[in-house]
Design a protein. Structure first.
Length: 216
């Protein structure tokens, strides 16, 4: 208990380096009594590297104990609580969490929540349900700035060739941003090493010319 009490208190210290060490200590010596505290801190921790350590500490505990508690955070009104919970679920990788990855989360108005949901979804999706997931993710094509679009493209590409019919359908969308994003995503699928910046600019050119990759 001499180690546990300082670690527990350290998670709330004003110094981020102390919080980081505390999270590391908890993960090094997992104790179920810390699970609630780790989840609580994930929702409010301002430093990315500390949040990542909190998630790592949670992955060190039994999924049967952590997953049910983390899932509760998906209903939080706090965006960070939802996004970090999704990130944690993706790292735990327990597919029993899949039903909780809803369409509402995949299209969450909070960009960080949506991005975390996309990453979690491609990790947790059961075999055979990838086309349905691709269809839901495709509703987000054209959303946000480059970094947001790249996150979605990476999630789609991670699903593999099953996304091709969905992308081709999106290439006929009335919104030029959707069409360009779909074309750029297909090019990343065909060439994973391609730079997204180049792919999206080239896709915009194609859209402006009124052609698609299927016609070229």
């Amino acid at each position: 208990m001499t180690m546990q009490k300082p670690a527990f208190e350290g998670l709330e210290d004003s110094d981020s380096s102390v919080r980081l060490r505390a999270a590391m200590a908890v993960g090094t010596a997992p104790d179920p009594r810390f699970i609630d505290k780790l989840i609580e801190r994930c929702a409010i921790e301002p430093e990315f590297h500390v949040r990542d350590m909190l998630t790592w500490a949670l992955t060190r505990h039994s999924p049967s104990m952590t997953v049910p508690e983390v899932l509760k955070e998906l209903h939080s009104e706090r965006g960070q609580a939802r996004s970090q919970a999704l990130h944690t679920l993706s790292k735990i990788g327990d597919r029993q969490a899949w039903p909780a990855i809803t369409r509402a989360l995949l299209s969450d108005a909070d960009d960080e929540v949506a991005r975390s949901a996309w990453r979690a979804a491609v990790v947790l999706v059961p075999e055979g349900e990838e086309p349905e997931l691709a269809a839901v993710l495709s509703t987000q094509l054209g959303r946000g700035a480059r970094e947001m679009q790249l996150s979605l493209s990476r999630a789609l590409v991670a699903l593999g060739e099953v996304i091709v019919p969905t992308l081709h359908a999106a290439m006929t969308d009335l919104d030029p941003r959707v069409r360009a994003h779909a074309i750029a995503t297909e090019r990343l699928l065909n060439d994973p090493d391609a730079a997204f910046e180049f792919a999206i600019e080239e896709a915009k050119r194609v859209v402006a010319l009124g052609t698609t990759s299927k016609e070229e």
